[in-house]
Design a protein around this ligand. Structure first.
Ligand SMILES: *[C@@H]1O[C@H](CO)[C@@H](O)[C@H](O)[C@H]1NC(C)=O
Ligand SMILES: *[C@@H]1O[C@H](CO)[C@@H](O)[C@H](O)[C@H]1NC(C)=O
Ligand SMILES: *[C@@H]1O[C@H](CO)[C@@H](O)[C@H](O)[C@H]1NC(C)=O
Ligand SMILES: *[C@@H]1O[C@H](CO)[C@@H](O)[C@H](O)[C@H]1NC(C)=O
Ligand SMILES: *[C@@H]1O[C@H](CO)[C@@H](O)[C@H](O)[C@H]1NC(C)=O
Length: 587
């Protein structure tokens, strides 16, 4: 007996080592020179076009992500299908067959975005938008064929689809993206669908149902706002006012509500914080919030059509967002793919109750390899320090700055109210404020190419506010690539911190063609896509820089090389960790 067990152990060990070698080989080949922009740990299908994340959930301990997928090419096509992948840790993903394709009169011209609702009997159900025979947008249902299969590989569509047709007064091409449904006090289901009227009033049209199948439009929408145009991909969810923990159902006290809409007129995701009036069945944003292009954004860079779900195992809400390319369609066709998902982010309400915070999910730590740590270094005026010892193309960097001499900051020009515009002036052309200081990522050896993520601090011009300083965060792509055909727009946002009492922190995830940055512990997120020609592989470098006239302290810097995750690699054995020390997978 003992002998048999022993040889079994030896055998599995051998197999394990073999598999690990196999993985390492694949990792190396992952980034051949023909595909320098494919990512190491951001979700993407092996090829073709991907846009919105759909129906994220956890079911029987398995995470699921569905996504808008064009199986026929690297450009969008209206006859889009629901791609599907599953994961044990939100980091490594196994591809599943598409959940469903256009097949019925109610979706024959496309299966567009939607959401999952897990019914009280623990059955997940999908509501999605179908483009019907007449090219009208209608809402359909899909259900798992076998609910004992935790991977939910097969889905079916009842013939009673569509459940909801375009309502009176709404154009047939302006009615889409049902949310996760929720139960009201009266025991009835509610769901909202994004829409707009002809005169650009954006709408979250509310429907109610007793049985999830027969839906009736409520007299009033859950919320609306004039002059905002079409509301795509609405997301409506509760957040705890007492901290980052718990909150799934809509019936808990001690909660605020968040309404997020994706405005097609600006291609950005905006959120407001408010309350849900159960009696009137309407959402009321808190004072100071308006559900339009003046509302705060989930991300000030490339990030759209986002969606959250509640992870009831780890008691957290998780956000996914589509990160579009910034390259011309011909380049996407040439490389054979288009679109990424943001790294999954935990999202919760700040203790002020006035903003949402976001942070990469902790599982990212399982990818961490070699690490660099700095403490208390002075970053002199007009200087930079290179961060040696991490893979600059695939890294996680967390840096904290302390700014002294705040008195030396310049007063912000009163006309500088648009942060993106200030950031677009560049780092050198305007000498004003403290800084710019921050990270220079994906920098080529000769610095011809680089992407700058940085801060500038100004004195406030407004003596009425109690904030004495204005902190600006920018992500500058203008020199990110020698290729002039890409969209290299610079992004920016103001960050609500007081640098006289708080440090200025920046976490940046670098992954070949995506730079995802979190300022102030997740107060401001900026995601950008970059396509360096020179700063590839060994020729990419990472720096901390200060182009300002005053020195800045780097209180701490931690940077890690990140290993490649296994993302939709069909040939790979899923969920094998080579390094025991951070094994998150229990087999
Ligand atoms: C398509 O439009 C025609 C004419 O308006 C209508 O008779 C038919 O019922 C519609 N079909 C569907 C599937 O809605
Ligand atoms: C349903 O899924 C379970 C678990 O994967 C499997 O054992 C069973 O054979 C499936 N049933 C059918 C009818 O396919
Ligand atoms: C948002 O609405 C407010 C109040 O109606 C208005 O003052 C503001 O200009 C609007 N902003 C945008 C970008 O539409
Ligand atoms: C995606 O990116 C391309 C290239 O920058 C741009 O033309 C297009 O408008 C973007 N689409 C969305 C929905 O963001
Ligand atoms: C702020 O700007 C206004 C002009 O809009 C100017 O009159 C005022 O002096 C400025 N305040 C400070 C503190 O610089």
């Amino acid at each position: 007996m003992a002998k048999i067990i022993f040889s079994n152990i030896v055998l599995s060990l051998l197999l394990f080592l073999l598999l690990c070698n196999f993985i390492i080989d694949l990792e190396a080949s992952n980034h051949d020179l023909n595909q320098p922009y494919r990512t190491g740990y951001h979700f993407q299908p092996p090829k073709n076009w991907m846009n919105d994340p759909n129906g994220p959930m956890i079911y029987k301990g398995i995470y699921h992500i569905f996504y808008q997928y064009n199986p026929y090419g690297a450009v969008w096509d209206e006859r889009i299908v629901w791609g599907h992948s599953t994961s044990l840790d939100l980091v490594n993903w196994t591809p599943q067959p598409p959940a469903f394709n256009p097949s019925q009169p109610s979706d024959i011209n496309g299966c567009w975005s939607g959401s999952v609702t897990i019914l009280p009997n623990n059955t997940p159900v999908i509501l999605y938008t179908g483009i019907d025979q007449n090219k009208s947008q209608v809402q359909n249902v899909a259900v798992p064929v076998n609910i004992t299969d935790p991977f939910l590989k097969e889905w079916s569509k009842p013939t009673l689809n569509p459940l909801i047709t375009t309502p009176n007064g709404i154009k047939p091409d302006r009615f889409r993206d049902p949310t996760t449904a929720w139960l009201g006090h009266d025991g009835e289901w509610r769901v909202i669908v994004g829409s707009s009227t002809d005169d650009r009033r954006g709408l979250a049209i509310l429907y109610k149902s007793k049985d999830f199948l027969k839906w009736t439009q409520s007299v009033k929408p859950l919320h609306y706002q004039d002059l905002t145009g079409m509301w795509e991909c609405p997301d409506f969810f509760p957040v705890s006012i007492t901290g980052s923990e718990v909150v799934d159902t809509s019936l808990v006290s001690e909660v605020k509500y968040v309404l997020k809409v994706s405005l097609i007129e600006t291609l950005h995701d905006y959120y407001t914080i408010g309350s849900y009036d159960y009696e009137k069945d309407v959402y009321v944003p808190d004072l100071g919030f308006v559900q339009n292009g003046s509302a705060p954004r989930l991300d000030y860079g490339k990030f759209y059509a986002s969606k959250t779900f509640f992870d009831d195992v780890k008691k957290r809400r998780i956000l996914w967002g589509w990160v579009n390319e910034s390259s011309p369609a011909k380049d996407d066709i040439e490389k054979g793919w288009s679109g990424l998902q943001s790294f999954p982010r935990k999202i919760w309400l700040d203790e002020s109750g006035k903003e949402l915070l976001q942070w990469p999910i902790e599982e990212i730590e399982t990818l961490r390899g070699s690490q660099v740590n700095w403490h208390n270094r002075v970053l002199k005026a007009e200087s930079s320090l290179q961060v040696h010892g991490v893979t600059a193309t695939q890294a996680d960097v967390d840096v904290t700055f302390k700014v002294k001499d705040l008195e030396k900051a310049d007063v912000i020009e009163p006309s500088w109210t648009d942060p993106q515009k200030i950031c677009s002036q560049g780092v050198s052309s305007v000498k004003s404020g403290l800084g710019p200081f921050g990270l220079m990522v994906l920098a080529s050896n000769d610095m011809e190419e680089s992407t700058l993520v940085y801060f500038r601090i100004f004195k406030s011009n407004d003596t009425n506010t109690n904030t004495k300083y204005v902190v600006l965060m920018c992500s500058d792509q203008s020199r990110s690539s020698l290729n002039e055909e890409n969209d290299k727009a610079t992004f920016g946002a103001f960050m609500a911190i007081d640098p006289s009492h708080q440090t200025v922190s920046l976490r940046t995830l670098i992954d070949h063609s995506i730079v995802e940055s979190y300022g102030g512990g997740g107060k401001v997120c900026i995601t950008s896509r970059v396509y360096p020609k020179l700063a590839i592989g060994e020729n990419a470098n990472l720096f901390v820089f200060n182009k300002g006239t005053q020195s800045v302290d780097v209180l701490s810097l931690s940077a890690w090389s990140l290993k490649s995750a296994q993302i939709n690699e069909e040939s790979m054995p899923p969920f094998i960790e080579c390094d025991d020390s951070h094994s998150v997978i229990q087999s």
